[in-house]
Design a protein around this ligand. Structure first.
Ligand code: PMP
Length: 415
């Protein structure tokens, strides 16, 4: 594949799309920014920025509380955003959409609320060896509290799940399986639909960590048949501080509230409190109203792009970057599973990933270095960290060329 910066990839006009993201015009250290840290957070299209400004300049108010005009406008916009999310992930209805601070909070909510009501010392919680700390630590905490045991589905060397081992541990009938759909470090796309079916046969409830997949795969919760799914707005071109927990209504209904406070109650006396209906039962306190509305705008933006073209464009970038990087002597890519999102983790000989990252930054190239909040995965490969380039649909071949030039420069400077 040739370097074709400036041309359309399939039916996606990448150069036009780039104009929608003002930050991509930024210069860093005297160079045009190459933003390859989309796994950490994604950039925001102008429509999201304008929605945030419009919210604060025209309807800023608290929701569900006031009879006055602004409060009603803010409530309408907030609830419209919830319907947009429900539609985007194909939830059965808006009552299944709980606004959270992000993926981390969604997983903590389920671990605490479901864990306390479902787990006992004879139970097991199953996760995988490639989970982000956000999908490890909350389960460790609830296992410690309830006496349940944490078990790990191992991975194979190329970074995909050991499905034979998964089937074996599922036969032990775990209470809960929590699994990422896409590995933030390796890019591996896990066959979650298949694994969820196996888990359900074994009687487990399944939470999907969609922090990474939401950007690339647009998961459909009814097709996956997951019981819970969590994602963060900032990784899907929306604001930080807002996220979504999806849960099947019957399970959310049966779960006790997590945090107490305003909005989550129906009546309060000093003797007894009764709780609000879904989804408000799980939304104590003033929510991130602007964030939710901004997330709705981000999903509206994404819905204006053809998902197949986005996926094809990212696949072409991944293939091009993998080919070019693999030809660099001494460079090893971690994560070579057949099904991958546009994420490449690599190291070059004995060079420290941090040093490589600093040299790339000097050339205006933003990548992530370190353990990517997956320390057990780093232990598996026996490395302290990697350099990670994570690409979104607004990246182009020129970005990959600049990355490869930067890596060559780092090699010549650091050796
Ligand atoms: N899970 C995965 C797979 C992630 O990549 C991340 C973010 N790097 C998280 C969970 C946590 O997301 P947040 O920090 O937005 O809550």
């Amino acid at each position: 594949m040739q370097s074709t910066a400036g041309t359309a990839i399939r039916s996606l006009d990448v150069e036009r799309i780039r104009m929608d993201f003002p930050i991509l015009q930024t210069q860093v250290n005297g160079f045009p920014l190459v933003y390859l840290d989309n796994g950490a957070t994604s950039q925001k299209p102008r429509s999201v920025l304008q929605t945030l400004e419009r919210y604060y300049t025209t309807i800023n108010s608290n929701v569900h509380r006031g009879v006055h005009h602004l409060s009603q406008e803010a409530t309408d916009a907030y609830e419209a955003a919830r319907r947009t999310v429900a539609h985007f992930i194909h939830a059965a209805g808006p009552q299944e959409i709980i606004f959270t601070r992000g993926t981390t909070e969604g997983i903590n909510l389920v671990a605490s609320s479901l864990g306390r009501s479902r787990l006992s010392p004879k139970d097991t919680v199953l996760i995988t060896a490639m989970e982000h700390h956000s999908n490890i630590v909350p389960w460790q905490m609830i296992c410690e509290e309830t006496g349940a045991r944490l078990k790990i589905i191992p991975i194979l060397d190329r970074g995909d799940l050991d499905l034979e081992a998964a089937r074996r541990v599922l036969e032990e009938k775990p209470g809960i399986l929590a699994i990422t759909q896409v590995s933030n470090t390796l890019g591996t796309i896990n066959p979650v639909k298949q694994i969820i079916a196996w888990a359900h046969q074994a009687g487990a409830l399944v939470l999907v960590d969609a922090a990474q997949s939401i950007q690339h795969l647009h998961p459909d919760v009814q097709d996956l048949d997951c019981d819970f799914l969590a994602f963060s707005g900032h990784k899907v071109f929306g604001p930080t501080g807002i996220g979504v927990l999806y849960g099947k209504e019957k399970f959310l209904d049966a779960m006790p509230p997590w945090q107490g406070g305003g909005d989550m109650i129906r009546t309060v006396t000093f003797d007894k409190t009764t709780y609000n209906d879904l989804p408000y039962k799980f939304e104590a306190g003033t929510p991130h109203i602007a964030g939710a509305i901004g997330l709705g705008a981000a999903l509206d933006y994404l819905q204006g792009l053809d998902p197949a073209s986005v996926l094809a464009c990212e696949g072409q970038l991944l293939a091009y970057a993998t080919g070019k990087l693999s030809r660099i002597p001494g460079l090893r890519i971690y994560g070579t599973a057949p099904q991958k999102a546009s994420v490449i983790s690599f190291n070059i000989g004995k060079l420290h990933p941090y040093d490589v990252g600093v040299i790339l930054d000097q050339a205006g190239i933003a990548v992530r270095t370190g353990h990517h909040c997956t320390q057990p995965l780093m232990d598996f490969y026996g490395i302290p960290g990697t350099v990670r380039a994570s690409m979104a649909f607004y990246n182009n071949f020129n970005d990959v060329d600049r990355l490869c030039q930067g890596v060559e420069k780092a090699i010549s400077m650091l050796n």
